[in-house]
Design a protein around this ligand. Structure first.
Ligand code: DX5
Ligand code: ZN
Length: 217
């Protein structure tokens, strides 16, 4: 299976998401990663279901929604209605993460489970028969442009062993650039989220906007 690139619109132009999404998809983005933050689970605020719904018609690939909110369950149906393909919730966001995974799948979405850098990947073991993807954070969630945490490479390798031959994707998010991308893919990552390394040096007005950055990854 080839590695997927999921640009995070957290680093894109907030006043022009439709155009930014179109630009990265034209240059080979496989998924569009949408970061939802609540100012409580993480110390930053972004947007909610209405923005995801407005974005949906512009996404022709796969809308990957990363919830950095707590509690999660009251918003699951709203993100299903918004058209999310994958809904990823944090294992640290509440005591009933198995229920959250069940509700996500019952609402018709793929279920992702995210882990902060302080959480051991062993914690996902009881959930491996229900999740479609595990997101190993390679920074502390909340902000783009942070430095990759190298100790997470060992966690990715361990997660790969725990998954075995199950069809579960491993996603990484935070500090992914042309230097760290080969490290995470060698460790077993299938989906690479990248914000600043794709959007930082470009503009949707350029001739092949973000194409070089996506190719470099
Ligand atoms: C961080 C978000 C990431 C963020 C990554 O909390 O979950 O998706 O956009 O940004 P970079 O690629 O700049 O580290
Ligand atoms: Zn994210």
């Amino acid at each position: 299976m080839s590695v997927k690139i999921a640009p995070s619109i957290l680093a894109a132009d907030f006043a022009d998401f439709g155009r930014e999404v179109k630009a990265v998809e034209a240059q080979g983005a496989d998924w569009i990663h949408v970061d939802v933050m609540d100012g409580h689970f993480v110390p930053n605020l972004t947007f909610g279901p209405p923005m995801a719904k407005a974005l949906r018609p512009h996404v022709t690939t796969f809308m990957d929604v990363h919830l950095m909110i707590a509690p999660v369950d009251a918003f699951i149906d709203a993100f299903a209605d918004a058209g999310a393909d994958m809904l990823t919730s944090h294992i640290e966001a509440g005591p009933h993460v198995h229920r959250t995974m069940q509700a996500t799948k019952a609402a018709g979405m793929k279920a992702g489970l995210a882990l902060n850098p302080g959480t051991s990947v062993e914690a996902v073991t009881p959930l491996l028969d229900i999740v479609d993807m595990v997101l190993v954070m390679t920074v502390n969630p909340g902000f783009g442009g942070q430095k990759f945490l190298h100790h997470q490479l060992a966690q990715i390798r361990r997660l790969k062993e725990l998954i075995g031959d199950r069809e579960i994707l491993i996603q990484v998010d935070g500090g992914i650039d042309p230097t760290t991308a080969p490290l995470v893919t060698a460790a077993g990552a299938d989906v690479l989220v990248a914000g600043s390394s794709i959007f930082r040096d470009g503009s949707a007005d350029a001739p092949e906007p973000y194409g070089a950055a996506i190719t470099a990854l």
